[in-house]
Design a protein. Structure first.
Length: 256
């Protein structure tokens, strides 16, 4: 009886074959690592550029609003100087039309809120890590801190206006037109120095409840409002305008 034994291959791999297999496996893992790392870097770069564009939009919006605040404050300051002349001359009863005109501008309550949506998103999601320029990140942080401070200062100004200025304004000064937007238009035209504008103040001869109007108290309230706005303008608005222009300039060439 013939017995067949199973045939066992006796081929033994050379060390070069083991090395080649190891090298191919190492190469595949390494290439995979670099490809994944490149993909993550590319995605982060795209996110950084998108965030930069969003930040630029917010800062452009803020800078326009800050410029308007700066312009309005300077215009108010001129009207305040004219009001001060009337007060020092002691003849305000003879200048009711001018008093009404100046008050229509000085009593303006320009509210303002910074646009911080993108920055808040960056903070909440930890996405500031995507920015490669750390100096830019620090400048952005400082800019946002000063924005928040100005927001608080504007709230303080508005509180003064509502608590002290508005009661005097409501009691003694007239509403020129039935619609608020018409009053606003007159004030803006005066602020912009428009020529040949209808002057509705000329027909006004008395203040409401003029017998109880206290010019000293009125000037005190107006002066406080001007001082609050002057401090905000010098300490926050002007520096923020400079900061915003610097940030926009630093990102324009690379990202715009």
């Amino acid at each position: 009886m013939e017995v067949h034994h199973p045939h066992h291959p006796s081929h033994k791999k050379k060390w070069t074959e083991y090395f080649l297999e190891f090298f191919m496996l190492f190469l595949a893992v390494t290439l995979g690592f670099f490809v994944e790392n490149y993909r993550e870097h590319y995605v982060e770069k795209m996110r950084e550029e998108q965030f930069i564009q969003d930040i630029r939009k917010d800062i452009i919006f803020d800078s326009l609003q800050l410029s308007k605040l700066d312009h309005l404050h300077k215009s108010k300051k001129l009207y305040y100087d004219s009001l001060l002349v009337i007060y020092r001359n002691g003849n305000w009863k003879e200048n009711i039309p001018a008093l009404q005109k100046y008050n229509s501008v000085l009593s303006g309550k320009s509210s303002w809120e910074p646009r911080q949506e993108t920055y808040k998103q960056l903070i909440s999601t930890g996405s500031l890590r995507f920015f490669s320029n750390r100096k830019f990140v620090e400048e952005l942080k400082e800019y946002e801190i000063q924005l928040a401070k100005l927001g608080s200062r504007r709230q303080r100004f508005l509180q003064h206006m509502y608590d002290f200025y508005e009661p005097i304004n409501q009691k003694h000064f007239i509403t020129l037109y039935d619609h608020p937007e018409d009053n606003y238009k007159v004030a803006i035209d005066f602020l912009n120095g428009k020529a040949e504008i209808e002057n509705p103040f000329l027909s006004v001869k008395r203040l409401n409840h003029q017998e109880s109007f206290d010019m000293v108290d009125y000037m005190s309230v107006v002066s406080t409002a001007i001082l609050l706005e002057s401090y905000d303008n010098q300490s926050f608005i002007q520096p923020l305008l400079q900061q915003s222009r610097k940030i926009l300039a630093s990102t324009e060439a690379k990202y715009h």
